[in-house]
Design a protein around this ligand. Structure first.
Ligand SMILES: C[S@@+](CC[C@H](N)C(=O)[O-])C[C@H]1O[C@@H](n2cnc3c(N)ncnc32)[C@H](O)[C@@H]1O
Length: 248
C-alpha cells in the first residue's frame, strides 16, 4: 500500500534537504565556474581569505580554492557538507568546512570576503535573523566585502503565483506557489514512480521586499550597500532585485 507523508519544509530536516536536491538541485560545474568569474569581475576580487555562508555541496568553494583563495565553508546540512568534503578530497582541494548556522559564527575580523549565494533567509525566525547577519558582519575584516545573492521576488526563475507539474526519472513533481501577506507559501508533492509513495512538503518562508533587506543589512552594520538585479549590475528595483554588495 503506497504511503503518504506530510512534512513542514525546513533546511534542518534531512527529508527537506533531499527534496531540494530532487526538485531544485545545485547548479552544475559550468554554471558555477561562470558565477565565480562574474563575482570576481563584479567585485574586482583577487585571491584572499573568504568564507561561503550556506555553501551547500561546496560547488563554488572548490572553484575559489582552485583559483588560489583561502576558503572556508559553513552549512547546516550534514548531507551537503559530506558531499562537499568528498568532492574536495577527490579533487585534492583544501577547503575548511564546518557544520554550523551563520548565527553561530564566532570568528571576528577574519575574512576579506564573505559569500552567501542562492542564499535562503526566509525560514529564519525573527530572533535569528539579526544574529545571522551580525555573525556575517563580525567575521569580516574592516573594509571586507559581503556578497549576498538571493532569489528576490523571482523564485527558481519563475514568477509566482504558479502551479506546475513535471515528470522526472524517478518522480512526478507537483508544485503550487503563491505569495500571501509577505510570505511565500509552497506546496510540493513528490510521487515516487516505482512505489507510488507520496511526500508532501509544506513550505512557508518570509518574502522580503528590497527595502526590508536594505534595512536588515544596515542594522547588521553595513554602511555601504549597493543593490542590483543581477551580477551584471542591472540596477535593482522593487520588482527585480537579488544582489547586494555590502562593505564593512
Ligand atoms: C539554496 S542552497 C544554496 C547553496 C549554495 N550557496 C549554492 O549556491 O549552491 C541554501 C543553503 O543554505 C544552507 N543554510 C540554510 N540556512 C542556513 C543557516 N542559517 N546557516 C548556514 N547555512 C544555511 C542550506 O543548508 C543550503 O545548503
Amino acid at each position: 500500500m503506497p504511503s503518504r507523508k506530510f512534512f513542514k519544509w525546513s533546511w534542518d530536516s534531512a527529508e527537506s534537504q533531499e527534496s531540494f536536491v530532487k526538485t531544485v538541485g545545485f547548479d552544475d560545474p559550468q554554471k558555477s565556474y561562470l558565477q565565480v568569474k562574474q563575482i570576481e569581475t563584479l567585485l574586482n576580487l583577487k585571491p584572499c581569505k573568504m568564507i561561503d555562508i550556506g555553501c551547500g555541496n561546496g560547488r563554488q568553494t572548490q572553484i575559489f580554492a582552485r583559483e588560489g583563495y583561502d576558503v572556508s565553508g559553513i552549512d547546516i546540512s550534514e548531507k551537503f557538507l559530506r558531499e562537499a568534503c568528498e568532492n574536495a578530497k577527490k579533487e585534492n582541494i583544501r577547503v575548511h568546512y564546518q557544520r554550523m548556522r551563520a548565527s553561530q559564527l564566532r570568528q571576528r575580523e577574519e575574512y576579506d570576503f564573505a559569500l552567501a549565494y542562492h542564499h535562503s533567509i526566509g525560514f529564519l525566525s525573527e530572533e535569528e535573523l539579526p544574529l545571522h547577519f551580525a555573525g556575517i558582519y563580525d567575521c569580516l575584516k574592516a573594509g571586507g566585502i559581503f556578497l549576498f545573492e538571493m532569489a528576490g521576488p523571482k523564485l527558481d526563475g519563475k514568477f509566482i503565483p504558479c502551479k506546475s507539474w513535471e515528470e522526472r526519472e524517478n518522480d512526478f513533481i507537483l508544485v503550487d506557489k503563491k505569495i500571501e501577506r509577505g510570505y511565500r507559501e509552497e506546496l510540493c508533492i513528490l510521487i515516487d514512480k516505482k512505489t507510488g509513495n507520496i511526500q508532501e512538503f509544506h513550505e512557508k518562508q518570509r518574502a522580503f521586499s528590497l527595502d526590508e533587506l536594505k534595512n536588515i543589512l544596515g542594522a547588521a552594520g553595513f554602511k555601504d550597500v549597493q543593490t542590483y538585479a543581477d551580477l551584471e549590475k542591472t540596477p535593482a528595483t522593487e520588482s527585480a532585485f537579488g544582489v547586494f554588495v555590502c562593505i564593512k
